[in-house]
Design a protein around this ligand. Structure first.
Ligand SMILES: [Zn+2]
Length: 237
């Protein structure tokens, strides 16, 4: 981190050898009295199968190696359990986000137990409530906790999930995950088609659990926009 983007003393470098993280600007402190370091809310989005959960776990690993401590949260992970799982076999325990869960309370409770929380990694964030997104922003602004959200942008109708829309509106940084998922035609995959009985459906509940494997009753297939619009699942469908 450089001071280029932080003309005041908001920047708090990651702790390293000989680095005292308590030496911050006395004026720039969060509500808990800790020095602020210009935390950020970042939203990483992409279609199904693009490696979002893998990237979430990789990010957690990278931050942990730098001595930072964070919490993972998820909702409706494919394992249907309180963990983040990936299609390439990685898994990590995570807090299941329910309607009643307040992310601010989650962090404050951890602090009260003496557990440091420098950041939150929120997987499957498109499935969170709008209140959860506001809580993420407050964690960044008032509590100086970095929040990294991962999720789909659009649902099976190609419309934004409400939580994703709010993240686009509020996030300091939005990034499309660059792991390319290809449509069967070879074009870049963009949209998540819901497939029931071999046909693309365009009506129904916004969230229906399925997977991208062919055996599921309800499955999803990532298509390019052209084939999403035409409903063409390709020669192997
Ligand atoms: Zn295509």
């Amino acid at each position: 981190m450089t001071d280029d983007a932080a003309p005041t003393c908001l920047a708090r470098p990651l702790p390293g050898p000989g680095d005292d993280r308590a030496t911050g600007c006395a004026a720039a402190r969060g509500v808990d009295g800790r020095p602020l370091h210009a935390a950020a809310l970042k939203f990483f989005w992409g279609p199904m199968d693009c490696g979002k959960s893998t990237m979430a776990l990789q990010m957690n690993h990278n931050h942990a190696r730098q001595g930072r401590r964070g919490l993972l949260t998820t909702r409706i992970d494919r394992s249907l359990g309180p963990q983040v799982t990936t299609r390439i076999g990685l898994a990590h325990e995570a807090v299941e986000v329910t309607d009643d869960l307040d992310l601010r309370v989650l962090v404050r409770d951890a602090w009260a137990e003496g557990v440091r929380v420098d950041y939150l990694i929120c997987d499957e964030a498109s499935f969170y409530n709008l209140e959860h997104i506001e809580q993420m922003a407050e964690l960044v602004d008032r509590f100086d906790v970095d929040v990294y959200a991962f999720g789909l942008a659009t649902d099976f109708r190609s419309c934004l999930f409400p939580a994703a829309q709010r993240l686009f509106e509020l996030a300091d940084e939005v990034a499309r995950i660059q792991v390319e998922v290809l449509c069967w035609c070879g074009r870049e995959g963009l949209l998540n088609a819901r497939v029931v009985a071999g046909r693309v459906v365009r009506e129904g509940a916004q969230v229906v659990i399925g997977d991208t494997v062919d055996s599921a009753d309800v499955r999803y297939q990532v298509l390019c926009r052209r084939h999403y619009r035409s409903g063409d699942l390709g020669p192997r469908a």
